[in-house]
Design a protein around this ligand. Structure first.
Ligand SMILES: [Zn+2]
Length: 67
C-alpha cells in the first residue's frame, strides 16, 4: 500500500506531500523536504515520531480518521 505524509499536518501552511511505496520512503522524502524547505539540518526524534504518526495510506479516503 502506498503511503503519504502531508507536511501541513506538522507544519501548518505547507502544501508539500511526501509519497512513497512504504513508510521509510515517505520519511526519506519528508526529511529531504524538511532540510530544504524548512531549514532543519536534522530531524529531532520527537518530530520524526509525529511525522510517522501522520503517515497515511494513499488510497484511503481523505476524511478517514486513523487515530
Ligand atoms: Zn513542509
Amino acid at each position: 500500500m502506498a503511503k503519504e505524509l502531508r507536511c501541513a499536518d506538522l507544519m501548518p501552511g505547507c502544501n508539500f506531500v511526501a509519497q512513497g511505496k512504504d513508510e521509510n520512503e515517505v520519511m526519506q522524502k519528508a526529511g529531504e523536504h524538511a532540510k530544504r524547505d524548512h531549514g532543519m539540518s536534522s530531524i529531532p526524534s520527537d518530530v520524526e515520531r509525529k511525522a510517522r504518526g501522520a503517515i497515511r495510506d494513499r488510497a484511503a479516503p481523505a476524511r478517514l480518521d486513523r487515530r
